[in-house]
Design a protein around this ligand. Sequence first.
Ligand code: CP
Length: 315
Amino acid sequence: MLELESHVKLQHFVTVKELHDDQVRALIERAIYFKNGGAIPQFEQPVYVVNMFFENSTRTHCSFEMAERKLGLQIIPFDPAASSVKKGETLYDTLLSLNAIGVNLAIMRHQENEYYKKLIELEPMQKLAIGVVNAGDGSGQHPSQSLLDMMTIYEQFGTFKNIKVAIIGDLSNSRVARSNMQLLKKLGAQVFFAGPSYWYSKEFEEYGEYLEVDKLITQVDVVMLLRVQHERHTKETGFSAVQYHEQYGLTLERYGKMKKDAIIMHPGPINRGVEIASELVEAPKSRFVKQMQNGVYMRMAMLEAVIAGRHLGGL
Ligand code: CP
């Protein structure tokens, strides 16, 4: 059985910022090992996990739950709408309560950027001993999406060195974009940005160059499309779905201009006919379905890293 590499043992998994490139590579290897039917660790003691999704989710929520079931973890149901958070209980007190009951890990998605800081930066007096895995915080980070994206790129090209990736669309609102630009740069890929200029921000300059969609589409190896996040927009975008598609989306015409071996990625959910022509969602170059399949195995690797880091399950 391939042992979990010693350097992927974490107390929490909340951002990709602190990950070293060798940790990312080890997580990818581990996820591929699980995908190829590698032996699943047998925990000697039960590990209790709670999935706390304060924002809607299909892929991340179900994929974490599938990963937990494959690892043999014990899932304690939690419905934010029916929880005492609705009565005003803080996130910290909620985790304190769940931890007192015996929960070891909390997988959390929350609308507030960096919600996890107040949970994991503990004062010495605090008693909380629960591992937090970030399933997406506001427009901050989406570590599990980013790592499954890296796995998908690695499976396709076998390397990150000089792979050209265009991240296109609603950049400033996207936690996927933030996590991915950080990891791609760390791993040696070349990052480019495109989309409406008012969604581009100076904070992205250190990661890559902003260019016109039509200049990029013919050159890059990965066309990474982002969902237009209407729910995070505070003012009207000023264009219709049709106009966005024509100006910035992956149209059939742009698809025809992509490099022969280039791939399309999208974290989902997809606005069909906006970021991408509906016919292209399952086109030969699209890795949308593969990304979701890889997500289960990558989340198994991430959960295992925190279980090992906290010496849970008898590890
Ligand atoms: N990619 C992603 O986070 O999808 P969900 O919002 O459905 O989890």
